[in-house]
Design a protein around this ligand. Structure first.
Ligand code: SAM
Ligand code: GLN
Length: 321
């Protein structure tokens, strides 16, 4: 670096090039997001202050962020938070960073729960479970958008549970959630739910090596590995969750690429499941499986996203997990 003044514009350009050199996937975006974070401003601020010189402390703080990012620490871990469903969630190295794809699951759950509740909700239609809650992104978003809904969450990681609890508190939802630490449905034995939601670990063990270093090295392995074929958690959920659904309730599961048909089949193998739906994500990849225990007739007439079993959207997107 020369002793020219480091303006916002100049440091951004330098960082973008450095990130590119180091193989960071979105160099310009990351440079901007991190600088906006250091300056405690929105990204748009950078564009109207290109010529503004940086203070020494700001430069020092930005340099720390740059160092972490080239070590493949995810941007969300550096910021300590991630936006999801229009809300902000604290994230740490103990939690999966909530992904945009998971918003499909939340939206599907909110739509269906709202219809269930509008069709004459008893208290039992207002209680949901979120299995493998991580930051709490799924269940806390559902609670935020559906007043009066209550939730129980489970995660095997006490550290993740602590983060989810902090998020519940920050979002003003603490009184509507009960947190459990344990193995899948085990802590919820004897309870029933209108919806059981889960984004379980689903990466096949052999595919973990090929994940981006940000995911493979920096996110918890317990949040990613779904066993040999990636379907371990679906097998267990398909076997045990339907008996914990109220009549007319559903299970909604996020799935990885090429897993939707297998997961729907696993769900249908449970005699309590009468109908399944497969919903695509924005890239056209089948992303969510909904499995109903006696879908109410009223709701069969107008499926929310129009992608029932027989009218599954064509896969047109790029292949991603
Ligand atoms: N629900 C969050 C989300 O969508 O962003 C996190 C999903 S992450 C893919 C899976 C989560 O399941 C992790 O938080 C992990 O700790 C948890 N998990 C892994 N094995 C589990 C088990 N046997 N029982 C309960 N939770 C488990
Ligand atoms: N979608 C995540 C990824 O590709 C995986 C999350 C999961 O296993 N449920 O990194």
């Amino acid at each position: 670096m020369t002793n020219q003044v480091w303006t916002v514009g100049r440091i951004l350009k330098w960082t973008e090039n450095y990130f590119k050199e180091k193989g960071i996937e979105s160099p310009r975006l990351d440079a901007e997001v991190l600088l906006a974070h250091v300056l405690k401003q929105e990204r748009i601020y950078l564009y109207v202050h290109f010529d503004e010189p940086m203070e020494a402390e700001e430069l020092a703080a930005y340099r720390e962020c740059i160092k972490k990012r080239v070590m493949h620490v995810p941007v969300a871990h550096i910021l300590g938070e991630k936006g999801f469903m229009g809300l902000t969630f604290k994230v740490t190295a103990d939690t999966l960073v909530p992904r945009p794809d998971t918003e499909i699951l939340v939206q599907a759950a909110v739509d269906r729960l709202r219809s269930l509740q509008e069709s004459g909700a008893g208290a039992e239609k207002r209680h949901i479970a979120d299995i493998g809650t991580g930051t709490g992104a799924i269940c806390l978003s559902v609670l935020h958008y559906l007043e009066g809904t209550m939730a129980d969450t489970v995660d095997i990681s006490p550290a993740a549970r602590a983060v989810a609890e902090e998020n519940a508190e920050a979002l003003g939802l603490k009184d509507r959630v009960t947190f459990h630490t344990g193995d899948l449905l085990q802590p919820l034995q004897g309870m029933t739910f209108a919806a059981i939601l889960s984004n379980p670990p689903y990466i096949p063990e052999k595919d973990i090596e090929a994940l981006a270093p940000e995911v493979r090295l920096k996110e918890p392995h317990t949040a990613l590995s779904g066993g040999k074929d990636g379907l371990d958690f679906y097998r267990r959920l398909a076997k045990d969750a339907p008996a914990m659904l109220t009549d007319g309730g559903f299970m909604a599961l996020e799935v990885g690429i090429h897993q939707a048909e297998d997961v729907a089949k696993l769900a249908k193998a449970n005699p309590l499941i009468t109908e399944t739906e497969i919903l695509p994500d924005y890239a056209g990849i089948d992303r969510v499986v909904v499995a109903w225990r006696n879908r109410p007739e009223k709701m069969q007439a107008e499926p929310a996203e129009g992608t029932g079993d027989n009218e599954k959207a064509e896969n047109a997107g790029t292949e991603e997990d």
